[in-house]
Design a protein around this ligand. Structure first.
Ligand code: AGP
Length: 610
């Protein structure tokens, strides 16, 4: 069992992890073994248990076991530590769980459970699930899971086991994936097929809101109300590489589909209070520095620069702080005027981009306070900065940044709202309204992907062979246009240009003709009328206008040749949703050209050279 769990976890290694653990039931005992670091740290710890066995003290994890669970963690809530690694367990150490995703109402549940005498040993939201199941347990793990499931809010999937019923695993799914592998006299359940692909290719997909009960002889699926669900068994014919892509053709597409989870992870505990944002977390800047900041300078490269551009609008609009933006490779060579009182924000998913690091160091040497926004714990940016705010996108393998971009934008929004709170520049009611909208974003992102994927494919069929694409936007739509153009050029090798729509008439309009697709970010905003005028100007030159519009905004469609509607949200937050059809369009065009989108030519995921 131990080897089987480790082998399964190793197949999920591509996701990255900072700690791992397993629990098994053996010989009437249950035990979790957890270790900080990658899987080899866990293996070493388990072999330490093997050494103990030779000395006569047999660790539970070494005894023959038939039931077990395992997990690799990418820290979201709670620092990287053995206590925060999964599996988590209840106070009596009888119910163990592994959890992916987030439990949004964990604070209220934890308070209640603490009042009932539960003893918590980790800082995670996940641990609450073990205590909740134990509190509901009356000789029936499936029923206890069902009752607990009914009380949990969020975006998660978990699997539980109990010492009282050693031949049983019970899982539940809300948004995060959960897949069953069917065997003969043995059953498997995991967040992704590769974990059990060496054992079986017969799978059953657990749907949202469902509970799954595994016994050696078979599997039952039920709804949250306890009604039985009939689900057919499907065969996967994936090879290992396809399996690691979760069944998607490419990592990029998989990562596009992971965006809702990534944004949910990034914002959830930071917006838990509902009426504001909490960023007073490990590694963050002292809030007194944030409050008194006189000016902000954002430095970044590529996609991260575009996220910074969106952040600038939010920081100025909500927190009323002047913001300058600079491309990191330019900033360091222009002898910038920067010093005490300035906050310089370096945005970098890798935290290792040489130009961004150099810009951050220069600013720090001149006395500015430096904040890193990064996806990578332990990266150089985290060491070179005075404070860090993490995006929680998980590992991104595709060279073209997608899920890390939306998470960078989400962190920018969080920072702008927190600054607005600290500086009193927004009414509390407006902050609460924006926080509520932020919390809706993961659902809007899911809806957008579901709606837009096939539309983007249809549009790509009409323009995949174009030699040049032009992108326009205004206000927060401009960075979205810039990012859409970058996505298309880097993975399809088509020449693109992106401009502020109002600038088109000052030169670039000369480029337009019947062969030019013009992609317009025409989502709802106070400048939408002006953007529609620019769309008309492009069409008057024979160009083919492709618009991204907000659903319900009927005025955009008549002025476009093709349009994609995205769900409505506050117009300042619209970029995080509007960018998705552009990612999908770039993807569909590049695939139509038969290109390798995960590893485009000449590019590297992390650019550590000047
Ligand atoms: C975008 O798809 C690219 N991967 C690239 O522009 C990237 O955003 C840039 O190189 C910056 O990387 P960083 O976020 O790791 O600093």
């Amino acid at each position: 069992m131990r080897e089987l769990l480790l082998a399964g976890l190793s197949k999920l290694e591509y996701r990255g992890y900072d700690s791992a653990g397993i629990s098994v039931i053996a010989d009437g005992q249950i035990e979790a073994v957890r270790a900080v670091g990658n899987l080899s740290a866990l293996e070493t710890k388990l072999s330490g248990a093997a050494a103990a066995r030779q000395n006569g003290a047999v660790a539970v994890a070494q005894k023959p076991a038939t039931t077990g669970i395992g997990h690799t963690r990418w820290a979201t809530h709670g620092r990287v530590s053995e206590e925060n690694a999964h599996p988590h367990f209840d106070s009596d150490d009888r119910v163990h769980v592994v959890v992916n995703g987030i439990v949004e109402n964990y604070m209220a549940l934890k308070e209640r459970l603490l009042g009932e005498g539960c003893v918590f040993t980790s800082e995670t939201d996940a641990e609450v699930i073990a205590h909740l199941i134990a509190a509901h347990y009356r000789d029936d793990l499936a029923e206890a899971v069902r009752l607990a499931f009914g009380e949990l809010e969020g975006h998660y999937a978990f699997v539980a086991m109990s010492l009282e019923q050693p031949d049983l695993l019970v899982g539940a799914r809300k948004e995060c994936p959960l897949i069953v592998g069917r065997g003969e006299g043995e059953q498997f359940v995991a967040s992704a097929v590769p974990a059990f692909l060496s054992e079986t290719r017969d799978v059953q997909y657990v749907e949202n809101g469902e509970i799954v009960v595994l016994r050696p002889e078979g599997v039952e699926i039920m709804t949250g109300d306890g009604a039985e669900v009939q689900r057919g068994v499907e065969q996967v014919d994936w090879d290992q590489e396809t399996a690691e892509k979760g069944g998607y053709d490419t990592f990029m597409l998989k990562e596009i589909h992971e965006q809702a989870d990534a944004v949910a992870d990034t914002i959830f505990d930071r917006t838990a209070r509902g009426d504001g944002v909490d960023l007073d977390e490990e590694g963050a800047l002292d809030e007194s520095i944030l409050k008194d900041v006189k000016r902000i300078v954002v430095v970044a490269c590529g996609t991260a620069y575009h996220a910074g551009l969106i952040g600038r609008y939010a920081l100025e609009e909500w927190a009323r702080v002047p913001v300058e933006m600079d491309i990191a490779s330019e900033y360091r060579y222009r002898n910038p005027v920067v010093g005490p009182g300035d906050l310089v924000i370096g945005v970098s998913q890798s935290g290792e981009t040489a130009d961004t690091l150099a810009a951050m160091r220069l600013a720090r040497e001149r006395g500015a306070t430096v904040l890193a926004i990064t996806n990578t714990r332990g990266s150089q940016a985290t060491r070179d900065a005075d404070g860090v705010l993490y995006t929680r996108a998980g590992l991104e393998i595709g060279v073209a940044a997608t899920k890390t971009f939306v998470c960078q934008v989400a962190v920018m929004y969080l920072l702008a709202l927190r600054l607005a709170e600290l500086r009193g520049t927004l009414e509390p009611a407006r902050i609460a309204e924006l926080v509520a909208e932020l919390k809706r974003l993961p659902h809007c992102i899911d809806e957008t992907i579901e709606r837009c994927e096939s539309q983007a494919e249809e549009i790509a069929k009409t323009c995949w062979d174009a030699e040049f694409f032009f992108y326009i936007g205004r206000h927060v739509g401009l960075p979205v246009a810039l990012e859409g153009a970058l996505k298309l050029k880097e993975i399809s090798y088509i020449s693109t240009d992106a401009y502020a729509a109002g600038e088109m008439k000052h030169g670039p309009i000369a480029l337009l003709d019947e062969a030019t697709p013009v992609v317009c970010v025409a989502t709802r905003s106070p400048v939408l009328d002006k953007l529609i005028s620019n769309m008309q100007e492009a069409r008057a030159r024979g160009a083919r206008v492709i618009a991204v519009a907000t659903e319900g905004d009927g005025e955009v469609e008549p002025h476009s040749d093709a349009s994609i509607a995205v769900p409505a949200t506050d117009w300042m937050l619209q970029p995080i949703i509007a960018v998705i059809p552009l990612q999908l369009l770039a993807y569909a065009v590049a695939r139509s050209r038969g290109l390798n989108v995960d590893q485009p030519r000449n590019l590297a995921k992390t650019v550590t050279v000047e």
